[in-house]
Design a protein around this ligand. Structure first.
Ligand code: ACO
Length: 339
C-alpha cells in the first residue's frame, strides 16, 4: 500500500474529530463532503449554518448536511466557557478578558481553544489564511508536546520514480516554520522528524543534515551550525541513523555519497533531509514539487501537543482531504504516546 493510502486506512480505523475553520471555502466543503462519505474523520465546520448549507446545496454536496458539526463562532453556546479558558491560558501574557471574548469569535483561535478544551482532536486551516495566522494561535494555546521545544513543518515528498529516498519517498524538514534555527533547534527538528517519519511514512529514517559542504569540504559559520546540530542530535539519540554535514548530492546519490562521505551510514541513501534554514527548506520542497513533479504532502506540523496543520492558499480540495487524514493519524499517534 502506498504512503497516502496507508495514512487514510489508519485514519478510517479510528475516526478522529477534526475542525475545519474555513467552513465557507468551497475546496474545504468539497473535502469535508468526501471525508464524511469515506468515513475518514468526524468533521466540524465553522461558519454560519444557513450559509454553509446553502453553499452545499449549490455545490451538490449531500454528505455534509446533518453529518458534519457546524459551529458559528459568533453565536456559539460555549463561547463564555471558551473565552474563560483562553483568558486563563493567556492572561500572564497580557490578554484581557475582553480580548479573550473577542478572540474566540475568530475561527483560527476558536479551533485551538476547542482542542485545548478536549472538544476536538485536531484542526486544518490555511486555505484562506496566511501561515502565521494559523500557527500563532496553535503555538499560544495548544503548545508543544511534552519533551519538545520547537514546532517545525515537514513535507512527505512522493517522487515519480523510486530511484531516490525510500522507494521514491523522502521527508523534508523544516519547510514551514523556523526561519533561522539554532543548532539546538536544528537537532530537535531532526529528532522530531525521525518520529514523524516512522509514524506517517512508515519507514526507518536515514537522516542527512544538509549544508553546502560535505564533511569539512568548506568552512563557514553556517556549516559550523549544521556540524553542531549533528553532534547534538547524535548525542541526544545515539540510536538515530543520522549524519552530516553533507551536500544534497552526497546525501541521495550513492556514488557521490561513497566518494564524498565514505563510511557514512546515511550518505547516498538518505530518506530524510534536514535543511539548514527555512529558505532552503521551503524553496527546496517547491523545486522538487514543481520541477520534478513530486506530490508534496504538507506542511505537516510536528511537535504540537495536538495536530494543527496548515494549508497552502493554492491548495486543492484533495490536498485538504489528505491533510485531514494526516492530522487524524497524528492524533491517534499522540493519544497512543500519552497512554
Ligand atoms: N515552536 C513552538 N512555539 C513557538 C515557535 C516554534 N517554532 N515559534 C514561536 N513559538 C511560540 C512562542 O514561544 C510564543 O509563545 P508564547 O506567546 O506563549 O510565549 C508564540 O509562539 C509567539 O511567538 P513569537 O516569537 O511572537 O512568534 P511570532 O508570532 O512572531 O512568529 C511564527 C511565529 C508566526 C510561526 C513565525 O515563526 C513565522 O511566521 N514563521 C514562518 C511561517 C511561514 O511564513 N512559513 C512559510 C510559508 S509555509 C508554506 O509555504 C506552506
Amino acid at each position: 500500500m502506498d504512503v497516502i493510502s496507508n495514512i487514510i486506512a489508519q485514519a478510517k480505523a479510528d475516526m478522529q474529530h477534526i475542525l475545519l475553520p474555513e467552513g465557507t471555502d468551497e475546496r474545504t466543503l468539497k473535502a469535508a463532503d468526501r471525508l464524511i462519505a469515506d468515513k475518514v474523520a468526524r468533521i466540524t465546520l465553522f461558519g454560519n449554518k444557513d450559509g454553509i448549507e446553502a453553499l452545499c446545496r449549490k455545490l451538490g454536496l449531500t454528505n455534509i448536511m446533518g453529518k458534519a458539526g457546524i459551529i458559528d463562532p459568533k453565536d456559539n453556546p460555549k463561547k463564555e466557557e471558551y473565552a474563560e479558558l483562553l483568558y486563563q491560558l493567556r492572561k500572564a501574557k497580557g490578554m484581557t478578558r475582553e480580548q479573550a471574548v473577542k478572540l474566540v469569535e475568530d475561527p483560527l483561535y476558536l479551533g485551538p481553544v476547542m482542542i485545548k478544551n478536549g472538544d476536538a482532536d485536531g484542526e486544518i486551516a490555511g486555505a484562506c489564511n496566511p501561515t502565521s495566522n494559523v500557527l500563532r494561535p496553535a503555538f499560544q494555546i495548544v503548545k508543544t508536546a511534552p519533551g519538545i521545544s520547537v514546532v517545525s513543518g515537514v513535507y512527505l515528498m512522493i517522487l515519480k520514480d523510486g530511484t531516490y529516498g525510500e522507494n521514491g519517498v523522502l521527508v523534508f524538514a523544516d519547510c514551514a516554520v523556523i526561519p533561522d534555527p539554532t543548532a539546538q533547534e536544528l537537532a530537535q527538528i531532526a529528532i522530531t522528524t525521525a518520529h514523524t517519519t516512522r509514524a506517517l511514512a512508515g519507514f526507518e529514517p536515514r537522516i542527512a543534515m544538509l549544508s553546502f559542504s560535505t564533511k569539512g569540504s568548506a568552512k563557514h559559520e553556517r556549516i559550523d551550525k549544521v556540524v553542531e546540530a549533528t553532534r547534538i542530535a547524535k548525542e541526544t539519540d545515539p540510536t538515530l541513523m543520522l549524519d552530516g554535514e553533507m551536500q544534497l548530492d552526497a546525501a541521495i546519490v550513492p556514488e557521490v555519497g561513497a566518494s564524498k562521505a565514505p563510511g557514512s551510514p546515511v550518505a547516498g541513501k538518505a530518506n530524510v533531509l534536514i535543511f539548514p534554514s527555512l529558505e532552503t527548506g521551503n524553496i527546496g520542497y517547491k523545486l522538487v514539487q514543481r520541477l520534478a513533479g513530486a506530490v508534496a504532502v504538507g506542511p505537516i506540523l510536528q511537535g504540537l501537543a495536538a495536530p494543527i496543520n496548515d494549508l497552502s492558499r493554492g491548495c486543492s480540495s484533495d490536498d485538504i482531504y489528505k491533510t485531514v487524514a494526516v492530522a487524524a493519524v497524528q492524533s491517534i499517534q499522540l493519544k497512543a504516546s500519552r497512554r
